[in-house]
Design a protein around this ligand. Structure first.
Ligand SMILES: Cc1cc2nc3c(=O)[nH]c(=O)nc-3n(C[C@H](O)[C@H](O)[C@H](O)COP(=O)(O)OP(=O)(O)OC[C@H]3O[C@@H](n4cnc5c(N)ncnc54)[C@H](O)[C@@H]3O)c2cc1C
Length: 500
């Protein structure tokens, strides 16, 4: 083991992956995590035999996972017991019509033609575009490091301006394929995963519906937290030390160097380099020194665009709703107003689109026999600057909408069968994981916060302070956090003299 020591602040997916890459290269790595276990937003809790994935519920972009597990010296299929979810989503529209998104193209053809004659041929064209965007986006934007301007602003990247359609909004681009607004929403709602409205997201994001249909949406046995368990296992095998209930209060600096950290229990720890996985705007605002320059940097980050938040309901129910599909999305007709209410007014739409997850349909062990585990997720605005939102009131309104929507599926008695409820509002996201503004996906992914324009994986002044995670390059999502971990670790190894 090399005597050089690295401190990683936070055991989110990006932090664990970066720590593992560094430990595999012989460095002495300690991960300090404020919570009692690893995973960050990819969290889990259990009660009375009901198991809840508190954050991610969808394993998307499996090829990216495969590549990142391979970079860690193993195989995704060895580490995870995966099943493909098909149909991926059951979409329910306000008029009662339904669409099951599936990779079974015969079924898609039948369903789409009933919505809009000729739309199946349009879907094929749309997926073709998504395929191009996916291949180019992964190769040229997601998996690459942008350490200096010339890594991004180079002649070979110029065609991307035409190929990835970054200046056309995703929703506007849909007019080239579908007329029916239900179909336009069916293939753009995924933008909310990037914290964006399809009315402002670049058309580049057609890569998401493409990968979901072409590469599939998957589910690991035991739920999404098994990804964290697999990663922690790899980290420990590589020699990473985890300290839980270890909240970092300050990063100590001296001149252009980060020296170590001060923990909330008063301990001072030193390290040769530091990698912060906690949410980037929070790191600048709360952990770094408040010198005038530091304050200005923190302010600049806090002023960037943040993604939306969500209110999540976790219900243990004493009845099994076997007709409730694993992933159901209720998409509202007033699609544009929905995004406006969330992103610009920072509130809850009058008729919100929402998502219901029933994990026991995929893995019966997620609920006791004859009972069910149900998660309702309602997108809402992030916390406002002035703290003017009444989250208890918004939460209660959101809950009513979930029950109202479920009634349209014939599920009229869920409320009566609830044994217990746990709920998270933006205040919970902020408190649990130190996410600025309670924004579940961190900085959003509009054009000015993507690629080279996204905050980099390294501090500009402290030469041995690096960053990893959703608000840094390449961005939000579990597989992207794994990419971020690999890129940040590699950059650290390339730039610092961490040899004996
Ligand atoms: C509701 C929800 C649904 C999602 N759905 C999906 C999905 O279906 N599929 C998908 O791929 N992605 C999804 N995501 C996104 C995905 O969960 C995140 O992008 C990813 O987990 C972020 O990882 P990260 O590396 O940024 O670390 P984080 O998860 O942000 O972890 C950072 C860690 O740092 C710790 N920390 C913070 N401050 C300190 C401190 N001072 N001292 C010590 N430790 C500290 C935190 O406790 C946390 O454990 C979802 C996210 C949410 C919230």
């Amino acid at each position: 083991m090399n005597s050089r020591s690295i401190i990683v602040i936070g055991a989110g997916v990006g932090g664990i992956v970066a720590a593992t890459h560094l430990a595999r290269r012989g460095l002495n790595v300690t991960v300090l995590e404020k919570n009692a276990h690893a995973g960050g937003r990819c969290d889990r809790f259990s009660r009375d035999g009901h198991h809840f994935d508190a954050g991610p519920t969808l394993l998307v972009m499996p090829l990216l996972y495969e590549a990142e597990f391979a970079a860690l010296g193993t195989s995704m299929h060895e580490m995870l017991n995966l099943q493909r979810v098909d149909p991926t989503y059951h979409l329910v529209f306000d008029d009662g019509s339904r669409l099951a998104l599936t990779s079974d193209m015969r079924s898609m053809q039948e369903q789409l033609e009933a919505f809009e004659p000729g739309s199946f041929a349009s879907l094929i064209r749309y997926l073709d575009e998504g395929h191009r965007h996916y291949d180019l986006g992964m190769e040229r934007l997601v998996s690459r490091d942008f350490r200096k301007p010339s890594d991004f602003f180079k002649l070979s990247n110029v065609p991307l301006v035409f190929q990835l359609r970054p200046f056309t909004s995703h929703y506007r681009n849909m007019s080239a394929y579908f007329d029916d607004p239900r179909l336009k929403s069916a293939f753009t709602f995924q933008d909310v995963y990037m914290g964006l409205s399809p009315f402002e997201a670049p058309a580049t994001f057609s890569m998401m519906p493409y990968t979901e249909l072409a590469h599939g949406v998957w589910y690991p046995k035991g739920g999404m937290y098994s990804i964290v368990e697999a990663l922690v296992d790899l980290a420990q095998r590589a020699g990473v030390t985890f300290e839980f209930d270890a909240s970092v209060e300050r990063i100590r600096v001296n001149g252009s160097q980060a020296r170590g950290v001060i923990l909330s229990d008063g301990r001072h720890l030193t390290a040769d380099a530091i990698l912060a996985n906690a949410d980037l705007p929070y790191v600048y605002g709360d952990l770094l020194p408040h010198c005038p320059k530091g304050r200005a940097e923190a302010k600049r980050l806090a002023r960037k665009r943040f993604s939306c938040s969500v209110i999540s309901f976790f219900w243990g129910v004493d009845k099994a709703y076997t007709n409730l599909p694993p992933h159901t999305l209720f998409l509202a007709d007033d699609y544009r107003d929905n995004f406006k209410s969330i992103i610009h007014d920072l509130g809850l739409p009058a008729n919100p689109s929402l998502y219901v997850h029933a994990p026991a349909r995929l893995d019966p062990s997620m609920a006791p026999e004859g009972q069910d585990t149900v998660i309702g997720i309602v997108p809402v605005g992030h916390m406002s600057e002035n703290g003017g939102q009444d989250w208890a009131e918004i939460r209660d309104e959101a809950r009513r909408h979930v029950f109202r929507r479920l009634r349209t599926l014939g599920i009229t008695d869920l409320e009566e069968h609830i044994k217990f409820e746990v709920n998270y509002t933006p205040l919970s996201w902020k408190k649990r994981y130190n996410l600025m503004k309670g924004s579940t996906h961190g900085l959003c992914h509009n054009l000015m916060q993507l690629g080279y324009f996204r905050p980099s994986n390294k501090h500009s002044r402290y030469h041995n302070l690096y960053f990893v995670g959703a608000s840094t390059h390449p961005g939000t999502g579990l597989p992207t956090a794994m990419v971020s971990g690999r890129l940040a670790a590699q950059r650290m190894l390339d730039e610092l003299d961490l040899s004996f």
